[in-house]
Design a protein around this ligand. Structure first.
Ligand code: PXL
Length: 266
């Protein structure tokens, strides 16, 4: 049985975070461990987010359960809400990233461009990216990691990808690069220091995308866990996500998400 650990937050609305990760791992026939870092809630009136970090010793105890108690074949990182938590998790990666592939989803925002914890982008940049077999920033996160104001076109995205790989990760997949291209597509940009590939995809016009980033990164992690290369893992993940997003659905007036049962290849 192949095993993968997600170190991430709980999304009470079920579309993102650990819920998306474990669902995705199960569909890949992998055994999922979880270390919860934060609980995210949504206010029913306006859907603004509440963010409640878990105490550091509790996070460590969960990580030790998986890593020291059993051992894993891959690790996926999602929302690590404070610099202190990032620092602690990085100590485990110091050992484990030499043994197993690691996907770093550098979560800095839930939706839109309002950072949850602006001060912690720097901690992700300096303490986490170097451990990544693949990191999966969206446009906002990629700009933050690359030290750029904003990514407004394809050339900016290429520059950001190069700067991110220079931070020490093996590969980067910047998601949603097609949004800043003309005409709009759903293209993502893959770069591993050698190959630079724009992964094309037709633009699907919907804002029902909650959980898309987490689910994409979870597929990448699952594929790496199964032994695929970084490039193969990202391409397979994109295919799987496409199926889910084609059947997006509205949860309520504020948010919609992927159709999860369809968002994987089985
Ligand atoms: O999509 C980013 C994200 C990641 N992790 C958790 C979340 C969210 C957004 O809501 O709740 C736990």
């Amino acid at each position: 049985m192949k095993k993968i650990l997600t170190i991430a937050g709980s999304d009470s609305s079920g579309g993102a975070g650990i819920q998306a990760d474990l669902r995705t791992f199960a569909k890949h026939d992998l055994y999922g461990f979880s270390a919860l870092t934060v609980i995210v809630t949504m206010d029913p009136e306006k859907w603004s987010h509440g963010v409640y970090p878990i105490e550091v010793p509790v996070i460590e105890a969960q990580i030790q359960t998986a890593l020291d108690g059993v051992g894993v074949d891959a690790i996926k990182l999602g929302m690590l809400p404070t610099p202190e938590i990032i620092e602690k998790v990085s100590k485990y990666l110091d050992i484990w990233a030499t043994k197993v592939p690691v996907v770093v989803d550098p979560v800095m925002v839930c939706k839109g461009n309002k950072p949850l914890f602006p001060e912690h982008a720097e901690a992700i940049r300096t303490n986490l990216i170097k451990y990544a077999t693949v990191t999966t920033p969206n446009l906002f996160e990629a700009a933050q990691l690359a030290g750029m104001e904003e990514i407004t076109n394809y050339d900016d995205a290429v520059e950001a990808a190069k700067r991110i790989v220079a931070l020490g990760c093996k590969a980067v997949a910047i998601t949603n690069v097609g949004r800043v291209m003309e005409p709009k597509t759903s293209a993502d940009l893959f770069y591993d220091g050698n190959e630079l590939i724009l992964m094309e995809g037709n633009f699907i016009d919907t804002h029902h995308t909650h959980g898309l980033g987490c689910t994409f990164a979870a597929h990448v992690g699952a594929n790496l866990c199964k032994g695929l290369s970084a490039r193969e893992s990202v391409f397979e993940a994109k295919e799987a996500i496409k199926k889910g997003i084609q059947k997006h659905w509205a949860m309520n007036e504020f948010v919609g998400t992927l159709n999860f049962p369809d968002s994987f290849q089985s």
